[in-house]
Design a protein. Structure first.
Length: 118
């Protein structure tokens, strides 16, 4: 599976961005798709994921109520709508795919940089 992430950029605190992750194959054949992020000098952390078949979503506490993940099966794309952005959301955001239950996130996109200015 190849993943192409896009949509990052520079935004002021309180603003919004929408990230996209396009998959090279039909997303209903992928068990879960998720977003992770890595801030400068920090380890990569989980942001949110979605089970593509039934739409069950898990959010990190730090983004609950501000970020929304969605999927478009026709476009084989998963989106991350980020609202009320904070400077601490600044990071490289990666999308990832988990092909089966219990499998690790084996496939990763190239990352897209989100910078939130104060």
């Amino acid at each position: 599976v190849q993943l192409q992430a896009s949509g990052g950029g520079l935004v002021q605190a309180g603003g919004s961005l929408r990230l996209s992750c396009a998959a090279s194959r039909r997303i209903f054949s992928i068990y879960k798709m998720g977003w992770f992020r890595q801030a400068p000098g920090k380890e990569r952390e989980f942001v949110v994921d979605i089970t593509t078949s039934d739409g069950i979503v898990y959010y990190a506490d730090s983004v609950k109520g501000r970020f929304t993940i969605s999927r478009d099966k026709a476009k084989n794309t998963v989106y991350l709508q980020m609202n009320s952005l904070k400077p601490e959301d600044t990071a490289v955001y990666y999308c990832a795919a988990q092909v089966g239950p219990g499998a690790p996130y084996e496939y990763w996109g190239q990352g897209t940089l989100v910078t939130v200015s104060s």
